[in-house]
Structure formats: C-alpha cells, structure tokens
Design a protein around this ligand. Structure first.
Ligand SMILES: [Zn+2]
Length: 376
C-alpha cells in the first residue's frame, strides 16, 4: 500500500469517502483499509464478521511484561443522512474554513483515524512493551451490535485501560449513562367493535401501564456526576382497525441509567409495579460506564490533555452511550475515558463536520497517552 507519512486528516478523508451508513453498514472496506495500514506497521490483525460486507477489526502490537495493553476503540459505521438536504456532499470530505465535512466525520471516523495514526507512529517502540490494542467496530449505531458480537465470541483479549474515541472535542469524559430499552406488551381478546364486552381490550391495559410508567420514581440515590436515571415512553402501538377490540398493544420504553442502578433489579421492580398483565422484554441493555476521576490513569490522561486544551479538564460525562458498555464486560471494567477529536454537537447532524486542527492535536495526545502507558 502506497502510504507516505500517515496523516490523520487525510485518513479521515479516505474513511468518509467510504459510505458506511448503517443500515446496511458495509464497514468492511473501511476495516480492511485500516487493517492494511496497521499490518504494514507490524500490528497483528484479525477480522470478525457481522454480516455481508460487515466486519470489525482487532489490531494488536506488543505483549511484554505483566501490565495489560492499552486499548483504543471506535466504530466505522455512521447513522443515515436524515431527511434534511445537505449543503455539502456527505461523502466527498470537502474542507472549508478548517472544517472537514462528511457523514461520520465527527462521529467518529476522525477519532478512528487519529488513534490509528498515533498507533502507527508509535509502532516501532511497542514490540517489547505491554502493547496497544485497537478495537474498530462495525454496527455501533444500531446498539453496539459489533462490539457485543466481539464480546460474545470471546475475541477481545485483555486490556488495562480503555480510550473510546467518540466525539468529545478532545475533552476527556469519565463515563456515560447506560441505556436500557424495553418493550412492554399487553395481551387481550379480540371481538367486534360493536360488542366490546365480548373482548378484553389490550390498549386499556397498556394505557394503565403507561400511567404507571409516568409516575415511576427511581429508588436509587442519584449519581454525583450523572444525576438521576430517566425514563421515557417513546412508542405506543395498539389495535389494527377501529371496529375491533385490540388483542395486543406494545409500549417502547427508553431508560437511561446511572451507575447506581442495577439493570436486573430495575427490570424486576418495573415488572412488579406494572403487574402480571404486562410482559417486559429487554431490547437493549447497556450498563453505565464510569471511572472515578481520582484514578491514577485518568489523572494522567487529564494531565496530557491539559496542554492540548489549554485548561485542566474537570470531571464530566458524555451524554451518549458507547461501545465501552460492551467492551468493559470483556475487560472487567478497566479505567475508561471517552476522548476523541470529533465535535459532540455535530454527531448525527446534517452537514456534519470535524475541526481539522483538533484532529491533528488529538494524534499528539494519543501518542503521549500511549507513551505514558507503554513506555514508562
Ligand atoms: Zn459514535
């Protein structure tokens, strides 16, 4: 592969030009392209299928000593373009006034490009060290499917600390809320709409459940940084035609949890309050991610980023969830930061862009984080 000194902005451009809108995803060309760059620098790579033209990539270099490797993770799929017309071509990767435009520029092809370049730049030092592992996933935007597949397949190996390169404008976040998405279903008995007494109306049971959900209060104490968990009823479907008694209704519930909530206990509590007429099914179950800001490595990352940001970071959390919810199960909750050059407010937006200067700076930040973990 013809590569001069690898440049993170140029690499972001290449990645944006590969359409990985999910669905359907088609992350394979992105993963293979990055894999080839990493192989050329000495990394061992493995590819893990998620479907047609869909793969995740794991690349690792170094394995010395007793310390575990440092892991960087990012996804290469993107959300769809949305209904609004784009001013910029979403797959051209045009630059204007220091901004690089394209779907996935901020979320999060620039983050993946930046840590790939940092890893390649540091590769010659990593062989004898504890090493660096890159986990580049497919299928994040539809509920971290790719990362959970890697977890279930047992291929993630070990890691002693985790950097999630989701967009944070280079500000290190120490965690994010979890997400528990539930489907609540009620059943009834259908009858002709002119004789409702002959049936059992599933919409009435679902409506009772919705009122209970509106009144629900979380019993756990709020979290110091994340506050309290939230619950929202996002969908309500019931009935097929106006002149029948509906025999089924469904409610979609979006719960965002904090580290003081145990998902299993919460489901049991909700099931108790909603009663036997409601059947609950978990559609997505991602636990919250949080590392005590006093952690030694988190403090080290804060120190590294202070010179890049021009200010000392204070403990903050991200508003979105990440693949860390899956990876941390495999890695037994190592210290984790969410740190990436993308702009969080541009994620999933029309005319998404990333800021060129931040991408360049993040490479220096990642290199220093690697140096301090692996070489000191
Ligand atoms: Zn993302």
């Amino acid at each position: 592969m013809a590569v001069k000194a690898l440049d993170a902005v140029q690499l972001t451009t290449e990645l944006i030009r590969m359409n990985t809108v999910n669905p359907p995803g088609r992350e394979e060309p992105c993963a293979r392209y990055l894999g080839a760059l990493l192989e050329a620098a000495g990394f061992r790579t493995t590819y893990h299928g998620l479907g047609q033209e869909r793969v995740s990539l794991i690349a690792a270099l170094g394995s010395g000593g007793t310390k575990l490797p440092l892991c960087f993770t990012g996804h290469v799929d993107t959300v769809p373009l949305g209904a609004a017309q784009w001013r910029m071509d979403p797959f051209a990767a045009d630059t204007d006034a220091g901004k690089l435009y394209g779907r996935g520029s901020s979320d999060m092809k620039c983050g993946v490009a930046a840590f790939t370049v940092a890893a390649v730049n540091m590769a010659k030092h990593l062989g004898p060290s504890c090493g660096v592992t890159l986990v580049i996933t497919a299928g994040e935007e539809t509920g971290c499917e790719g990362a959970f597949r890697l977890y279930r397949d047992g291929v993630l190996g070990k890691a002693g600390a985790l950097v999630v390169a989701e967009p944070s404008s280079n500000y290190p976040f120490v965690g994010h809320k979890g997400a528990l998405w539930l489907k609540a279903r009620t059943h009834g008995v259908t009858a002709h709409g002119s004789m409702p007494d002959k049936g059992v109306n599933a919409v009435y049971s679902a409506a009772r459940a919705v009122s209970r959900l509106e009144r629900f209060r979380f019993p756990n104490p709020p979290h110091a940084l994340m506050g309290q968990a939230t619950l929202n009823v996002g969908t309500f479907h019931g009935g097929l035609n106006i002149n029948s008694v509906p025999d089924q209704a469904e409610i979609g519930i979006d719960i965002r949890t904090v580290p003081t909530v145990d998902h299993g206990e919460l489901i049991r509590l909700l099931a108790g309050q909603l009663g036997a007429e409601v059947e609950l099914e978990a559609l997505m179950d991602l636990t919250a991610v949080y590392t005590d800001p006093a952690d030694e490595w988190v403090q080290c990352v804060f120190e590294v980023m202070t010179s890049i940001l021009g200010e000392a970071p204070v403990p903050r959390v991200a508003t979105y969830f990440t693949d860390a919810a899956a990876l941390n199960r495999a890695y037994s909750d190592p210290p984790t930061v969410i740190l990436g050059p993308g702009e969080p407010q541009m994620a999933h937006q029309t005319d998404e862009y990333c800021v060129v200067e931040r991408v360049e700076k993040s490479v220096a930040g990642y290199e220093e984080i690697i140096r301090r973990w692996c070489l000191s």
